[in-house]
Design a protein around this ligand. Structure first.
Ligand code: ADE
Ligand code: ZN
Length: 338
């Protein structure tokens, strides 16, 4: 197993499902809270971490939004993003596609410009100083209204060139894709690509909805895909990727045990499935921890692990030439680690 851990650690990978607000480690949260003079409900890093026990998605979301309340200035968003990029380098992530939730900040009076400026400045430094390429995905909060999503879309337009895709996250139950059909259509008119969380806590119908109504290029999570044979067959035929997040699924009780995770069955079926960390500060691990946990729980072979890394580049929004470059690097890695 030690051999496999080293292999995973050295493996070059892309991360495609990462909420920057979900990489907010308690230590940084307390530092920023102090410098911004904002009280937190918890008295220490330890007591905050001790509260990270969830029985469903909503339990986590309540803490996640509370945590964002200390982020006020451009530098706060820079520090948040930079800390993730340092972790990304340690995890051998060479390309990352980062989601951010502008409404979690603009609803508190922080400007869209402050949020995106801090994140983008860190991403630029990440490219220049750490050699990590990146794209940004702007997610709409699905528990909020269609009108609020439209307002956010309009606010993003001065920064159109900084954002590759729109996404859809937050509480899946009671907020199906149809609610955002018109916003996504408008976003696609503006040239944004689209992704959406679907089939995390919701049924396969939400995955159909994300595909047919929102016209997404990939599905975030997609755990319930295998409950519908026609859907699974369509996903295999189209090679529409799923960005699966094993430790998130375990901590949010989407799966009761990692040995029951559908990832292996998805790989066996030929789905373009990828492994990601979702909200690593809350779910007990960054990308390597996710790879290691599923490799152990599902007895994945080295070839299957390589396939997951390959899928991460194939499913990315990289240009064809960059994708080819990374696939070459991965191939060389494979040959020298047989
Ligand atoms: N926002 C951050 N993480 C999320 C998740 N796993 N599902 C839905 N919304 C989220
Ligand atoms: Zn997510």
């Amino acid at each position: 197993m030690e051999n496999l851990v080293k292999f995973i650690e050295k493996l070059p990978k892309a991360e495609l499902h990462l909420h920057i607000e979900g990489s907010f480690e308690p230590e940084l949260m307390f530092r920023i809270a102090e410098r911004n003079n904002i009280p937190l409900k918890f008295t220490s890093v330890e007591s905050l971490r001790a509260a990270y026990h969830f029985t469903q998605l909503q339990d986590f979301l309540d803490l996640y939004y509370a945590g964002t309340s200390v982020l006020i200035y451009e530098k706060d968003f820079y520090d948040l993003t930079w800390d993730y990029l340092i972790q990304a380098r340690a995890n051998n992530i060479v390309h990352t596609e980062i989601m951010f939730d502008p409404q979690a900040h603009t609803a508190r009076g922080v400007s869209f410009e402050t949020v995106i400026s801090g994140i983008s400045r860190a991403l630029k430094d990440g490219e220049e100083k750490l050699g990590i390429s990146s794209v940004l995905i702007m997610s709409f909060l699905r528990h909020l209204s269609e009108a609020e999503a439209f307002k956010t879309l309009e606010e993003s337009l001065p920064y159109r060139e900084m954002i590759t895709a729109v996404g859809l996250d937050s509480s899946e139950r009671g907020n199906p894709p149809a609610k955002f059909m018109r916003v996504f259509a408008k976003a696609r008119e503006y040239g944004f690509l689209a992704v959406a969380h679907a089939g995390e806590e919701g049924p396969p119908e939400n995955i159909w909805g994300a595909l047919d109504l929102l016209h997404v290029s990939r599905i975030d999570h997609g755990n319930s895909s295998l409950l519908d044979d026609d859907l699974a067959a369509m996903l295999v035929a189209s090679q529409i990727p799923l960005t699966v997040c094993p430790l998130s699924n375990y901590r949010l009780k989407v799966v009761q045990d990692l040995s029951n995770h559908p990832l292996k069955a998805m790989l066996d079926l030929g789905l373009r499935v990828t492994v990601n960390s979702d909200d690593p500060a809350y779910f007990g691990g960054y990308l390597n921890d996710n790879y290691i946990a599923v490799a152990e729980a599902l007895s994945l072979t080295k070839d299957e692990i390589i396939q997951l890394a390959k899928n991460s580049f194939l499913a990315s929004f990289l240009s064809d030439s960059s994708r080819e470059k990374y696939l070459h690097i991965l191939n060389d890695f494979h040959l020298s680690n047989l």
